[in-house]
Design a protein. Structure first.
Length: 614
């Protein structure tokens, strides 16, 4: 399930960054035929690979654990191939273009997304269909093929529920007449706040609907059920229901917990797990799930998704800026061909795809593994001994055909978990040290994600990249219009904001040479020559001359302030005072600034007067 979360995120990203243009006139040859052909090739290849693996299992060439590893790796490889074929359908078979032609689909993007995901799910169903015999052989489960596929769909589709609801709400908001609200939602702050609040709300209430989707029912009355409910009551654990989990017809040996708040918190246990484990082992399993709630792991997962969303906004902009800095990209996006534009956005999104895989595989995976270890330690502490937790792990691994030594990106191996529990029993302080390690690790993560989020979305990195892109675009346009003063003026103002004072002076000199009566250029150059942080660039006398010329052309408060500053730089405080008083009298806004200037100049004037009397 955790792998499929990443697959669905990647697929949605691929689909959303494509650019729908005009599809070919022939739907059959332009989209349907190549789509069917690519699926046939995929199905034949998948069937051959699973048949080869099944033959190796029957021949008993390797242990079950090794076969489990091969089965999982083959599923990953085929799923990645399915993502690649989906990308082909989007970018070369015009999938998005055709979907946009369906009435109502262009307005409601969620409908396009649903059908696009259906295409990818069809590829996954193909993998499940041809891989069913191998699944049965490895995991020793007798489940009909149709039930296996249906269970896979029921198990994995809830991954998409938050996206489905969120996208539908976004579509409705886009149709609302409230322009101010829409503007806020389009802003970075609006999107972050809305996404965080909405995902939190869904995490709170969605478990109630997911357990119904899975067909969960209250645990039937039995001796074990009574003992388990009594155990939860003894621990004072608040929850909504202890339910049977009929996933894969209840034959998968697993348990889980859903829900952040007790009112919508459910503990799920499959029938096969109840049958396989003793009462004490089942209590250890429940204590493990209680540990997840005790340490608020589900809330941390919400924070991880919000953290990635904050990063993704910044990475999207940075990727776009970097793309523009390379020759040819602006020409590519300027073209009319939709496929070229889609290819451009796919390339721009590539860094986001890489960061997504790194974030979930290594960052979130790191915390998931250590969260599981926290829950194991909590279970051992509640039970008073790690023996029942260890026995439950070993029994599940043996009966389900899982490798005891095989870890995953989100779980330590059974052997690693058992060894750590034994070590924690022998070293009582180890549990406390591990909890401290997790807390410190999360604080480091939080500091990093806040720092990166600020730098990428609000800090100087984004501003510098933005200026660099604009600067390059202006330079490219100046090659076509070398005497365009407006372009030079934009370049000068941007260069000045970036703190490139020497370069800015040169640009303003060029503007004045092209147009000696451009008041803004005269004023801005005068300000630089009077106040530049690089004292080698200062020329107060010329600043006075330029400022006077600007004021002659336009006697505004801003230009008078520059002239006053130039007078002050030459030591003519009295003239600076008279000029700034005129600026203050003419000012209709920002009067506080001019009053501070007047106070500064008058203070200097009094000091000069006192010095002359002495």
């Amino acid at each position: 399930m955790f792998n499929n979360i990443i697959y669905f995120i990647v697929v949605l990203l691929i689909f959303n960054v494509s650019f729908p243009g005009s599809p070919p006139e022939d739907f059959l040859l332009g989209a349907l035929a190549p789509l069917i052909l690519s699926w046939l090739i995929f199905a034949i290849y998948s069937e051959r690979m699973f048949r080869r693996l099944l033959q190796q299992i029957r021949e008993g060439r390797e242990a079950d654990g090794a076969m489990t590893d091969r089965y999982q790796r083959l599923n990953v490889r085929l799923s990645v191939l399915a993502i690649f074929l989906f990308a082909l359908a989007v970018y070369f078979f015009n999938l998005k273009q055709w979907l946009s032609l369906i009435p109502g689909f262009r307005i409601f993007s969620v409908l396009q997304g649903v059908l696009a995901l259906a295409v990818f799910l069809f590829y996954l169903c193909t993998i499940w269909y041809v891989g069913h015999p191998v699944y049965q052989a490895i995991f020793r489960v007798d489940i009909p093929r149709q039930s296996f596929i249906r269970s896979q769909l029921r198990f994995n589709l809830p991954i998409l529920f938050p996206w489905l609801i969120l996208s539908f709400v976004y579509d409705l908001l886009a149709l609302s007449p409230w322009s101010g609200f829409n503007a806020f939602m389009d802003s970075l702050y609006g999107q972050i706040i809305f996404f965080a609040a909405f995902i939190t709300l869904l995490t709170v209430v969605l478990p109630k609907f997911i357990q119904r989707w899975w067909g969960c029912m209250p645990l039937a009355a039995s001796e074990k059920a009574g003992l388990l409910r009594g155990f939860l009551a003894e621990q004072g654990f608040n929850y909504r229901g202890l339910l049977t989990w009929p996933i894969f017809e209840g034959r998968m040996m697993t348990a889980g917990i859903m829900g952040i708040v007790p009112r919508y918190r459910y503990i799920l246990v499959t029938d096969s797990l109840i049958e396989a484990l003793s009462s004490d082992e089942l209590k250890a399993v429940l204590a493990h799930e209680m540990g997840h709630a005790r340490y608020r792991h589900l809330l941390f997962y919400v924070l991880f998704f919000v953290g990635f969303m904050v990063l993704s906004f910044g990475l999207a902009d940075i990727s776009l800026y970097l793309a523009f800095l390379y020759p040819g990209f602006s020409d590519l996006i300027a073209g009319d061909e939709a496929r070229s534009v889609s290819l451009f956005y796919l390339i721009v999104s590539f860094p986001m795809l890489i960061s997504l895989l790194i974030y979930f595989r290594y960052v979130m995976g790191f915390f998931m593994r250590h969260f599981e270890r926290q829950a194991d330690l909590y279970s051992a502490g509640v039970m008073g001994t790690p023996i029942f937790t260890i026995r439950s792990l070993e029994t599940i691994a043996y009966l389900s055909g899982k490798s005891r030594n095989l870890p995953s990106w989100h779980h330590f191996s059974i052997k690693e978990r058992v060894d750590y529990l034994v070590k924690a029993y022998q070293e009582p302080g180890l549990m406390r040290r591990h909890h401290h390690f997790v807390r410190v690790s999360f604080l480091i993560y939080l500091a990093c994600i806040c720092g990166l989020g600020y730098l990428l979305n609000f800090g100087p990195v984004k501003r510098t990249m933005n200026y660099s892109v604009i600067e390059k675009v202006i330079h490219q346009q100046l090659l076509k219009e070398p005497r365009n003063v407006d372009l030079y003026l934009s370049l000068a103002m941007m260069s000045q904001q970036m703190g490139k004072e020497g370069e800015t002076v040169e640009i303003y000199e060029k503007i004045i040479a092209l147009d000696p009566y451009r008041a803004v250029a005269l004023n801005n150059l005068a300000w630089l020559l009077a106040t530049a942080s690089d004292k080698g660039l200062r020329d107060p006398d010329r600043a006075v001359d330029l400022a006077r010329r600007a004021v002659t052309l336009e006697r505004s408060s801003g230009f008078l302030d520059t002239l006053a500053e130039a007078y002050f730089a030459t030591g003519r405080a009295a003239e600076a005072m008279r000029t700034i008083e005129e600026a203050l009298a003419a000012a209709t806004e920002n009067r506080g600034y001019y009053e501070k200037q007047l106070k500064r100049f008058s203070g200097s004037s009094r000091e000069q007067g006192a010095g002359s009397r002495e």
